[in-house]
Structure formats: structure tokens, C-alpha cells
Ligand binder design. Sequence first.
Ligand code: GDP
Length: 385
Amino acid sequence: MRAQTERAVAEAQVILFVIDAREGVTALDEVFGEVLRRCAAPVIVVANKSEGRAGESGALDAYGLGFGEPVALSAEHGEGLADLYQAVMAAAPADEDPLDGTEDGDKPIRIAVVGRPNAGKSTLINALIGEDRLLTGPEAGITRDAIGVEWAFETRRVRLVDTAGLRRKAKVEEGLEHLSTRDTLRAITFAEVVLLVMDATHPFETQDLTIADLVEREGRALVFILAKWDLVQNPQAALAEFIDQAERQLPQLRGAPVVALSAETGRGLDRLMPAVISAHTHWSTKIKTRDLNDWLREAVERHPPPAVDGRRVRPKYMAQTKARPPTFVLFASRADKLAESYRRYLINSLRHSFDLPGTPIRITVKSGSNPYADGEAKGARRTRH
Ligand code: GDP
């Protein structure tokens, strides 16, 4: 436990030290406290199970650990989360440029495989990493631990996360629907690239659409997999029909990669990892502010936003605030009057101009002009906060 804790805290920027408020500070908590006192990152003591009376004394007790005011929380009842959020924000290292520090080329790309029961997920995973290898010990090039399986594709490391839900499937037959929904959510949360496996003989059932939409809303990169392709009669027509259907039913994911494959014959499998890498690259795109504003000027000239109450709504300046997924802030005069359809126009144009097929794109519209135009004045104001 000690070794594991030391490894975890070595990587952390903020540490949440969770104690059970009902039990108070135990001897073991004291031991962890000793370990944490020696690390550089800020420590927030979280007194969990603090709902009701029974937690009060434990929360007080937690002061004694010497890490300042504990955050009283009930994870189960969802109480105290706002306080925790504030404590984390206050403790987190200031990040002046949010686009810095996302450079993690040496970290593996985290992949999850999701889809309806029987879509062909397990078969695909086994084809990717080998059935025997999944069940037995590690082999050359593949490592595994409690949370996933890792290997390298060309120069990139990839990690398949959360195969636990899939493995559990074999044992749990009852409540499968419920289980798969929960596991799907979990897998999406942990992943960067989500492989949505669909049975190619009847793709785009309601559940598939729901999952695809969820992936988009969670801001992950998506790759459509048409599994069991060997069972499809007229592959070319089927693929065209599929892409057409995708664009109609999921316009927010326009251009996401589609890989038709058969895990059983192995056909098409070689196109999977290149699609994953490509989706991940688009998802990680960073656009220079100058290029972004050159594009904005052109996009607005080509198609100005409609006037509201006889006055123009003017987009003025745009900046990317983060990648993964690409997220932008647009400053406009009378921002609240900018039509949703116009925001969609900008997203589509951005997708097209900067080659961002299929990746979720976020644009927040804010009032005001270029906040960075007079950098010094604004900078001064910001430090006063
Ligand atoms: P999961 O529930 O999504 O994990 O689906 P499975 O991987 O267990 O597959 C469901 C069924 O589809 C099994 O009977 C598989 O043998 C079959 N299956 C999976 N992939 C293929 C494929 O590429 N071709 C064919 N013909 N059958 C497949």
C-alpha cells in the first residue's frame, strides 16, 4: 500500500487524502499522513461519509493530521462536492496557458471498446491482443495490470482501458443491460478514443445512437466499427449507406472514421489502429491564435451573422482554450444574440478549414471584445482577483 501510494503521489499535482469520518483518524491514516507530509504537492484531507451527525467528530479529528481544514464530504449522498471543487481549484498549480502542459506524447493513447451486447466487442479485443494473452500472463510487447492492457502500435503506445466490464459479462447474465450501461459510461470516461462496435448486419440501433451521442457529449474521439463485416452481402453499398446514415443521424460527429472489419477472418483489422491514431490526432489539435482569427475573419465575411433588432452581432476574436477536445472561446458583441445556427456554422467551417473530421468541437460565445488586445491592462486586472 505504501509503495502504491508513493507512486501515485509522485505523479499527482494535488492529492486528496480520503479518511472515513465515521471512524475518525485511524493509525493507518497517520501512516499515510507521514508519507504525504514528505511530498511536494498540496494535500487536501477529505472526510468522507460526513453526512449526518456521525461524521462530525471525525471531520474535526482530521484537523489533527496537519493538512489544514478538511473538506467534509458524503460521496454517497453527493454532499460537499462544491467545497471539494473549490479546494481543488485553490490548490491546483496556476496554469497560465491552458494549452501548455497537455503535451504528453509519451503517454499511451487510452482506448475503450463499447457497444451493444453481442455487437462483437470481445471478439475484436481478442483479435487485437490475442485471446490467450488476455487470459494468461504477459507476453512480449504487451503489458497488463488491473486497469488495462498496453502495447505499442508503430511509435505510439496504446492502452485498452476497462476491459473488466467485458470480462465480467461472461459471469453475469442477469441484469446485463444495466451492467452494460454503467460499464459503457465508465469506459467512456476513462478513454480518449472510444471504439463504438456495431453489428454490421444491423447497425445504428437506438442504443448505438445513444452511445455515439454520449461519446460526443463527453468530448471523446470516436471511431465507428462495423463488426462482422464478413456477414455483409454487398459491402460497398452497405458502407456507403452506413456513412450516409451516420451523417444524417449524427451530424455532430460528421467525418468520424469508419472501420469495417471482421474480427473473425481478420479482414480490415489493419485499418483499425491507423484510424485510432488519426482520431486521437484530430482530437488533440491545437490551432494558433493568429490562424484562428484569420479564419474567423473570412468565415464572418463569407457569411455574416444575421442582424438582430436591426443591429449586427459581431464576432470579434477567438482563442483556443484547450485541446482534447478542441475547445474555443469566441468573443462577440451582443454574444447572447448570436444564433445557435450560427455557432453551428462556425463549428462546421472550423472543422472543414482545419481538418478536424469527426472530433467534438466546443465553442463558447462570450460578450466583449478581444481580452488579450491590451494584454498589460488585463493582466493587471487579473492579478488583482
Ligand atoms: P460482445 O457481446 O460485444 O462482446 O460480442 P462477442 O464478441 O461476444 O460476439 C457476439 C457474437 O458475434 C459471437 O457469437 C461471435 O462469435 C460473433 N462474432 C463476433 N465477431 C464476428 C465476426 O467478425 N464475424 C462473425 N461472423 N461473427 C462474429
